[in-house]
Ligand binder design. Structure first.
Ligand SMILES: C[S@@+](CC[C@H](N)C(=O)[O-])C[C@H]1O[C@@H](n2cnc3c(N)ncnc32)[C@H](O)[C@@H]1O
Length: 207
């Protein structure tokens, strides 16, 4: 990693992430999503921990968060949490956990950034107990072909400045391809931040 990239990832990106992923519209979606977490929760790509304070201690016994970024994990560790919180430096594509361990797995705005979403989702499925749920809020491929073309054009530049964030991934298709059953699927557009390029998929899938 070049020194400039190291400074960007340690000093600039965590602040950028808090701003871009901390809008009012996103906060509303986060609260709704996290309220449905139960039992032992795994949050994949926990980042700076914008969900950490939202877990309900009457429903959630513990939260384990993984992320490859040490600066982001350090920020997450500073957030107040009403449930026991364990943070691990790890990637979604190779989770350091036994199979069938978690009751809920959460991805919020992290499947866009992993290197291999198919592998990440297969790993998520592996560590879910049978019947466990996957909660997700992920932006991705627009249903509008014109917007999708722009998403594809802009992704190479955008991912180089925004922590590998891809604009054009087909999230529902990726989730279903991993053998998870999508039970609920909704969406919203964050007009405030990224206009029509930011189409989000919100839902619940089950193992
Ligand atoms: C846009 S941020 C979202 C962070 C957090 N989930 C949230 O809702 O605010 C994307 C996150 O994915 C993480 N990430 C990138 N590659 C990853 C990988 N291979 N495995 C797990 N997390 C990854 C990044 O470090 C970053 O924390």
């Amino acid at each position: 990693m070049t020194p400039l990239r190291r400074i960007w990832e340690a000093r600039v990106y965590p602040h950028l992430l808090d701003r871009v992923c901390g809008t009012h519209a996103i906060a509303v979606e986060r609260r709704r999503c996290i309220a449905r977490a139960v039992g032992h929760v795994l949050e994949v790509g926990i980042g700076s921990g914008l969900n950490v304070s939202l877990f309900d201690p009457s429903l959630v016994t513990a939260v384990t968060g993984v992320d490859p970024s040490a600066p982001l994990l350090a920020r997450a560790a500073e957030r107040p949490s009403a449930v026991p919180l364990e943070l691990r430096e790890a990637v979604a594509e190779k989770l350091p956990f036994d199979s069938g361990r978690f009751d809920t797995v959460i991805f919020t705005y992290s499947l866009c950034s992993v290197d291999d979403p198919a592998k990440a989702l297969l790993e998520a499925r592996r560590v879910m107990r049978p019947g466990a749920k996957l909660l997700f809020i992920e932006h991705g491929r627009s249903p509008d072909p014109v917007v999708f073309r722009w998403q594809r054009r802009l992704t190479p530049v955008w991912k180089s400045i925004a922590g590998n964030c891809h604009l054009d991934r087909d999230m529902p298709r990726e989730i279903a391809a991993a053998g998870l059953t999508i039970e609920e699927l909704g969406g919203y557009q964050d007009h405030h931040r990224a206009g029509r390029l930011s189409v989000a998929y919100v839902g619940v899938a089950r193992r």
